[in-house]
Design a protein. Structure first.
Length: 250
């Protein structure tokens, strides 16, 4: 497959997943409940005024797909659902590509490693649209995790990584892509927000712009990404609208 054609799409998917909460390795898991017959007697009695911890909301893939259904891009085009099989194939392709790539400076390779990680037990769905007039593609990815703290920490990691690796080069199969990233001051209606504008110079010499807006609410993360040759930071306004509508439906 031609690298010039696959790389932008794969990078777009990998970036979306990394910023959507898939960029942090999952916890080891396991139950923290005491085993039968132990520690109950030794533990202090629970306070009568203790408030039970609410159970985090869980989402099935069909629920996430239903949230995406009916949402529209900036041009009013409905987002078309990405079949689960194609989404999984795209994730695997992005993982393999990022694993094989050489990233300079070396410490920015953490971005590639993080994008290849999908938290155990998470569910996800995506929808997209393509504008021939704007020569741009818009992708909305929803990721639901089991621990809301994972999304919060991932937003913080995204902010730090973008500041630390605002400029880096990715080399694959002897061809290089240079990326310059600027963090944007964009807020969503979610608990946490992150936005950035990346400029990628492809092996062909063509310049690709990618705008990302992410918002989280509880265990749900929504990431809207637009990629094209003529995009500007102004695209973040409509992407934030898309994220807010998705979180509101969740």
């Amino acid at each position: 497959m031609n690298l010039r054609s696959i790389t932008p799409a794969a990078l777009l998917l990998a970036t979306t997943l990394a910023l959507a909460g898939c960029g942090s390795p999952s916890a080891a898991g396991g139950s923290s409940s005491p085993a039968s017959g132990e520690s109950l007697a030794a533990s202090p009695a629970a306070s009568p005024s203790a408030t039970p911890t609410p159970t985090p909301k869980a989402y099935a893939e069909k629920e996430l797909a239903a949230i995406i259904a009916g949402l529209k891009d900036a041009a009013g085009q409905p987002l078309a659902a990405v079949p689960a099989s194609e989404l999984d194939q795209g994730i695997e392709s992005a993982r393999e590509m990022m694993a094989a790539a050489k990233i300079t400076p070396a410490e920015c390779g953490a971005l590639a490693d993080s994008s290849a990680q999908i938290p155990e037990g998470s569910t996800y769905a995506a929808g997209g649209s393509e504008s021939a007039k704007e020569e741009a593609i818009t992708v909305l990815t929803l990721v639901a995790v089991t621990d809301p703290e994972l999304l919060s920490s991932n937003v913080e990691a995204s902010q730090m990584n973008s500041a630390k690796c605002s400029n880096f080069t990715l080399e694959l199969q002897g061809q290089k892509i240079t990326t310059k990233t600027e963090v944007l001051d964009v807020q969503t209606a979610g608990d946490n927000s992150f936005s950035s504008l990346s400029t990628q110079t492809l092996p062909s010499g063509q310049t690709m712009k990618t705008v990302v807006v992410m918002g989280t609410k509880g265990t749900l993360s929504a990431s809207a990404v637009a990629s094209g040759t003529g995009l500007t930071a102004d695209a973040s306004e409509d992407l934030a609208r898309l994220v807010d509508e998705a979180l509101a439906k969740g």
